[in-house]
Design a protein around this ligand. Structure first.
Ligand code: SF4
Ligand code: SF4
Length: 186
């Protein structure tokens, strides 16, 4: 029927208007900043770098492979590789970033960097209150570094899947190492 969609829209608005006086589920706004809504699990803002353990710089997972830098459509990531290598979680020697900058004035929060990273090192954050009295919009690796516990807190399902996959890979790597250490029988 002509106009049925409009009528349904009015009815929904009316239901929410009246219902919001007694049903908290129908309240779609809160008194920000006194009240804050928890972001949804898939909400994303700017990227951050994950570190394991207790060292926010030494524990960074990033291997400075530069894939995210190359794939970023806004060209707002700048990476400079360090010359020294460190073992990763599988014991392989990997490079690390000497410089890892993201120009957040340019970042469009698309999440492509997080999608393409083969090391689960860069993920999307949920911080949205980033106003300050300074004009420093480029974040460096020490600003971007956040723990795996933080990642688990903001994206629990995704982080649990990453942790499980990494634990499995670690188990296989240890098994391969143990097999290689067994001397061949004459
Ligand atoms: S979220 Fe998008 S624009 Fe921002 S750094 Fe990642 S790839 Fe670039
Ligand atoms: S964040 Fe990931 S894709 Fe980007 S340089 Fe580091 S390891 Fe490579």
């Amino acid at each position: 029927m002509l106009g049925l969609g409009i009528l349904k829209g009015f009815m929904e608005t009316g239901r929410n208007f009246c219902g919001s006086y007694y049903d908290p589920e129908r309240l779609t706004t809160v008194q920000y900043p006194e009240e804050r809504l928890e972001p949804q699990a898939n909400a994303r803002t700017i990227p951050f770098l994950i570190y394991d353990g207790s060292d926010p710089i030494g524990g960074l997972r990033c291997t400075a492979c530069t894939i995210c830098e190359q794939e970023c459509p806004a060209h707002c990531i700048e990476i400079v590789k360090d010359t020294a290598k460190k073992p990763d979680y599988l014991g392989k020697m990997q490079l690390h970033p000497k410089v890892f900058d993201i120009d957040t004035a340019v970042c469009m929060e698309c999440g492509i960097c997080a999608e393409v990273c083969p090391f689960d090192s860069i993920k999307m954050d949920q911080v949205f209150e980033r106003a300050g009295s300074h004009r420093r919009l480029t974040l460096h690796k020490d600003d971007l570094s956040k723990s795996n516990e933080y990642y688990n807190k903001i994206h629990p399902a995704e982080a649990a899947a990453v942790d499980a996959a990494r634990a499995e890979e670690q188990k296989k790597a240890q098994a391969r190492k143990a097999a290689a250490a067994v001397p061949a029988t004459p």
